[in-house]
Design a protein around this ligand. Structure first.
Ligand code: SME
Length: 151
């Protein structure tokens, strides 16, 4: 991937003076088309004081997992660990919520605003072990930019 170009495009998207929901949707659509092995891209956000994540914008197949309790699945674990979670092969994870037989791997990166974990970006891939350090770098950058929005 051309990470510098993708970062530049992300900046162009996030710096628009349009509604946050539209910006987040554009990021999902853009990342899904810009990176060949990103087959599903979505944002989950913490639901107030409730210990659960709510799916907001996404690109890819609709999922029934629109509410995920903290601790459940890869997403729920990241809500508690505050760490990136790279799963190169989902069959090796016990605490995993399947979003379809075609998903082989997943990466989840938390979004911090004012030092607080407020949500995450979640990417599913139909390839096994596609993710490298550049994906983490890119998605951390995306999350930093998202944190600057009026969420
Ligand atoms: N696989 C995730 C659930 C969300 S879907 O990937 C859209 C998980 O284990 O948390």
């Amino acid at each position: 991937m051309n990470i510098d170009l993708i970062k530049k495009d992300i900046l162009n998207i996030t710096q628009q003076t349009i509604a946050v929901d539209i910006v987040l949707q554009q990021i999902c659509d853009y990342l899904k088309s810009a990176v060949s092995y990103y087959d599903w891209v979505g944002f989950y956000f913490t639901n107030g004081d409730k210990k659960e994540l709510i799916l907001k914008q996404f690109a890819g197949k609709p999922t029934e997992h629109t509410v995920i309790p903290f601790g459940k699945g890869i997403c729920g674990q990241v809500a508690l660990s505050n760490q990136n979670f790279v799963v190169q092969d989902v069959t090796e994870q016990d605490n995993y919520i399947s979003c379809g037989f075609d998903v082989k791997s997943e990466i989840v990166v938390p979004i911090f605003k004012d030092g607080k974990n407020i949500g995450q970006i979640d990417i599913d891939s139909h390839l096994t072990a596609p993710f490298g350090k550049q994906d983490e770098e890119l998605l951390e950058f995306v999350c930093e930019q998202v944190a600057t929005l009026n969420l």
